[in-house]
Design a protein around this ligand. Structure first.
Ligand SMILES: Cc1cc2nc3c(=O)[nH]c(=O)nc-3n(C[C@H](O)[C@H](O)[C@H](O)COP(=O)(O)OP(=O)(O)OC[C@H]3O[C@@H](n4cnc5c(N)ncnc54)[C@H](O)[C@@H]3O)c2cc1C
Length: 458
């Protein structure tokens, strides 16, 4: 990039916060998606709100593509820069500005790490439920821009259910204010809703107002083993039909169970065809009732074994097993493609069958686990991207997974976003008119098309 433009960025963010060396640029050329990396021309790191706004405006003035980056953990290529573009890091904007226990909201900068925020909220006796598996490093800005979910989505919802307001910079460097600190707010267009899941394509978040809630008083976790994925998924449907909404209701197939067990030796039953991991929470009396009912339903639907956690250590062991699923699978082969096709809950058995058929058809190893209660499965393809023949089969398998999910009335992404990876499938879930509407909206808000080009709408 030409040195006079670099100097203009340095005047805004300081010399130390402008990175132009090849090594620095390489670090920000990829994210957690399995896609080719793209070198940005420059990386800048504003440390305050004013510098962030001026950075956005400067990019627009020079027509430079801008990709905002939190922790870069997204799985859809949302932070892969545009060639010749600028990566704007938010890790210098990492202050929790307010936790208001009386009115139960918090105000944060976008670069605050999710788990750090949840821990600070917990220290105030309150609860921030969205808990993506990446929470130890992911940022709240990234969570909002992807509408991230997590293990507690079934009962507590996902990030969008906790966003009360967002202040964001438009391309002209104007600070746009949306939402409020009140429980109710209907003043004007719902720009907060528009920003959630916008993946850095419509505005750059400056501050986020988040809802926080009282924590549940009690919880109980359990594991149920089954002889088939079919029996496990029918149990999920039966639990929901009994009007119980567990905080968490997760499923694992036999391949994933064996891989997790080989990884940590936590005592998982390697011969079980499927495992359900369940947690109910709430008032102690309700927890006792619901736990008993869940146990009965599991047994009625053929659970071969049931283990209820007796203390905090055993509860942690249950959830550690679930958290281990991805790292354990990822160790098996050089490339791990984690998908998140999502179907209506009742279609989980059909989707599980489809995944089994697809893995056989393309001779691929697919470990399946995920948020069964939400219909959000994570088929995880283990492969080696350098093996061209195998990779061609992987691409065909991914196409088929998405097509089948859509045929079943599902969606391309329950929580990982569209980014670059799934932009080409968007027309299948929506239609040409919808994509045209998206493009017209974007061209008005971002006439030069600098905000994260290529993401969502291609
Ligand atoms: C091991 C692992 C486990 C995961 N588990 C889950 C899970 O359980 N649930 C889930 O939903 N996801 C999960 N993810 C995906 C990912 O962590 C989430 O999408 C997360 O929200 C991304 O946060 P981030 O800070 O890394 O954002 P990034 O990857 O840096 O950015 C994501 C998107 O947000 C945009 N963005 C970032 N900051 C801003 C801002 N200030 N203004 C506007 N746009 C912005 C970026 O441009 C990009 O489009 C997982 C990923 C990994 C690697």
């Amino acid at each position: 990039m030409n040195t006079s433009i670099i100097k203009e960025f340095a005047a805004i963010v300081g010399d130390d916060n402008v990175m132009s060396s090849e090594t620095d640029r390489h670090v920000y050329s990829y994210d957690a998606a399995v896609l080719d990396s793209v070198m940005p021309a420059l990386v800048v790191r504003p440390e305050n709100s004013e510098a962030l706004g001026k950075t956005v405006k400067l990019c627009n003035d020079h027509g430079l593509p801008l990709t905002v980056r939190g922790a870069g953990t997204n799985l859809s290529g949302g932070t892969i820069p545009h060639p010749g573009g600028v990566v704007v890091l938010t890790n210098g904007l990492n202050r929790i500005l307010e936790i208001n226990a009386e009115d139960m909201y918090a105000v944060v900068e976008p670069g605050v790490v999710t788990a750090k925020f949840a821990a600070e909220v917990a220290a105030c006796g309150l609860f921030y439920p969205p808990d993506p598996g990446s929470q130890a490093v992911s940022t709240l800005g990234g969570n909002v821009a992807e509408n991230a979910g997590g293990l507690r989505g079934l009962k507590y919802g996902v990030t969008k259910d906790y966003v009360m307001g967002i202040d964001f910079w438009d391309v002209n460097g104007n600070l746009i204010k949306s939402g409020s600190r009140t429980v109710k707010c209907v003043s004007g267009y719902n720009l907060t809703g528009l920003m959630v899941a916008s993946e850095g394509t419509l505005g750059v978040f400056d501050k986020i107002i988040l809802k926080i809630i009282p924590p549940p008083k009690a919880s109980r976790s359990m594991m149920a083993m089954f002889n088939s994925m079919q029996a496990a998924s029918e149990t999920v449907a039966a639990i929901i039909a009994a009007k119980i909404v567990p905080a968490t209701l997760e499923i694992m197939d036999n391949f994933t169970i064996r891989t997790v067990e080989n990884f940590r030796h936590a005592g998982l039953p390697k011969n079980a065809a499927a495992l359900l991991l369940i947690e109910v929470d709430g008032h102690p009396a309700q927890v006792a009732d619901e736990a008993e009912l869940v146990e009965q339903i599991c047994k009625q639907h053929g659970a071969t074994e049931l283990k209820v956690a007796r203390d905090a250590a055993e509860r942690d062991a249950v959830w550690q097993a679930r958290r281990d699923a991805l790292p354990a699978l990822a160790k098996l082969r050089p490339t791990c493609v984690l998908e998140d096709a999502t179907v209506p809950r009742s279609k989980i058995p059909a989707m599980i069958k489809a995944l089994d058929d697809i893995s056989k058809k393309y001779q691929l190893t697919i470990g399946t686990f995920g948020h069964a209660g939400d219909g959000n499965l994570h088929p995880t393809i283990l492969t080696d991207r350098r093996d061209e023949k195998e990779w061609q089969r992987v691409e065909k398998a991914i196409d088929e997974i998405f097509n089948r999910a859509l045929e079943l009335g599902g969606t391309l992404s329950g929580e990982h976003g569209i980014g670059l990876a799934k932009a080409k499938y968007m027309v299948l879930e929506t239609n040409r008119g919808t994509l045209d509407y998206f493009r017209r909206m974007k061209s008005v808000l971002d006439p030069k098309g600098i905000l994260n080009p290529g993401k969502i709408i291609g």
